[in-house]
Design a protein around this ligand. Structure first.
Ligand code: UDP
Ligand code: MG
Length: 333
């Protein structure tokens, strides 16, 4: 009974959280480009629970841009969850994900498509060749982030590739089928091992509005990246424990000798230092353990990381089977 699905070559998934300032600029640049691409397309704007005028603007834009599709999440679920929602809903043979703020120039999309077809690869990463427009802090922290995760997790994620990438239908299906929570796509996708290529681009400045990635969200992303791919921190705790054990043994030997040789030990300083050090190491180990237990807890709850409130495609088709979808497409999304 489903209406014949229009064949869509490219889906462009764009997560948006309070992007009212940048939205008109984005449309001005993206639309002529997409229309001139020579391929059927849809733009899947994932409104990540925006509280500004973003939903209103999107609704207005959709009236004169039939290829624009709005997927609204019930609550702000985060950049990665918003992309996941978009991937779940996108229908294209190829799916491109990019930020709304024009830091990822949309002009690269046709190039990605060409590379995917000509080189017959499943994934084309957008790699930032020049990040001079980012702040020194952002660049430094990003570099450290990629290096650490490549080392810890030994996955071959391209350095300086963010979430600007093109994926084939097969790749998108593979990502959608993962049961993982809080997945960090820029590492999940390379870990899948599909044939890939890269296209370089220059990272531009945010066209308007302010960053939706405060330090707390950046830290969360880093922790999710590491705990999602590596047990190294747990082993680090073990090593710290071993090191502490060796040190304690040394202190013990010293204490026995001092006792035998009859040196009066002042004792106070060393005791305090040891107690403090051991306490700190224990708390650190407990914290690390907690991150993994937390991940397991989330996985056991199997609560979706986002809920779709509304998909303009469904309201447009007037599909009777699910007039208002209340949940994410799958329990593990
Ligand atoms: N974003 C989102 N949900 C969030 C935070 C960000 O959908 O909770 C979107 C945001 O609208 C943008 C993209 O994710 O399209 C990247 O965010 P931003 O440009 O603020 O991050 P930055 O470039 O500063 O790291
Ligand atoms: Mg940005």
């Amino acid at each position: 009974m489903p209406a014949p699905a229009p064949a869509i070559t490219v889906s462009i998934v764009i997560p948006m959280f309070n992007e009212e300032a940048v939205l008109p600029l984005l449309v001005d640049r993206l639309r002529p480009l997409a229309d001139g691409m020579g391929a059927t397309y849809e733009v899947v704007a994932v409104d990540d629970g925006s509280s500004d005028a973003t939903p209103v603007l999107l609704e207005r834009l959709r009236r004169e841009w039939p290829q624009l599709r709005i997927v609204r999440l019930r609550a702000n679920s985060g950049h990665q969850a918003a992309i996941s929602a978009g991937l779940q809903r996108a229908r294209g043979d190829y799916v491109v994900t990019l930020d709304a703020d024009l830091q990822d120039p949309p002009e690269v999309i046709p190039e990605m498509l060409r590379v995917a077809r000509e080189d017959a690869v499943d994934v084309v990463y957008g790699v930032r060749e020049d990040r001079s427009t980012d702040t020194a802090f952002k660049r430094g922290s990003a570099r450290l982030f990629y290096k650490t995760i490549r080392r810890l997790a030994s996955i071959d994620a391209p350095v300086d590739a963010g979430d600007y990438r093109l994926m084939s239908r097969a790749t998108v299906e593979a990502v959608n089928s993962l049961p993982e929570h809080n997945r960090v796509l820029r590492f999940v996708v390379p870990a899948l091992g599909f044939p890939s290529a890269a296209v370089g681009y220059t990272r531009e400045v945010r066209a308007a509005g302010t960053s939706k990635y405060p330090l707390a969200k950046m830290i969360r992303l880093s922790v999710d990246s590491v705990t999602g791919f590596s047990l190294a921190p747990l082993r680090f705790a073990t090593w710290l424990g071993l090191l502490g054990g060796v040190a304690a043994f040394g202190v013990l030997v010293y204490a026995v000798f001092a006792r035998v040789l009859g040196h009066a030990l002042p004792g106070w300083t060393s005791t305090v230092v040891i107690v403090a050090a051991v306490g700190a190491v224990q708390l650190l180990a407990l914290g690390i353990l907690g991150e993994y237990v937390g991940r397991m807890y989330a996985a056991m709850q199997a609560r979706p990381t986002y809920f779709i409130a509304h998909d303009s495609l469904e309201s447009a088709v007037g599909s009777a089977e699910s007039p208002s979808r209340d949940g994410a497409d799958q329990p593990h999304a």
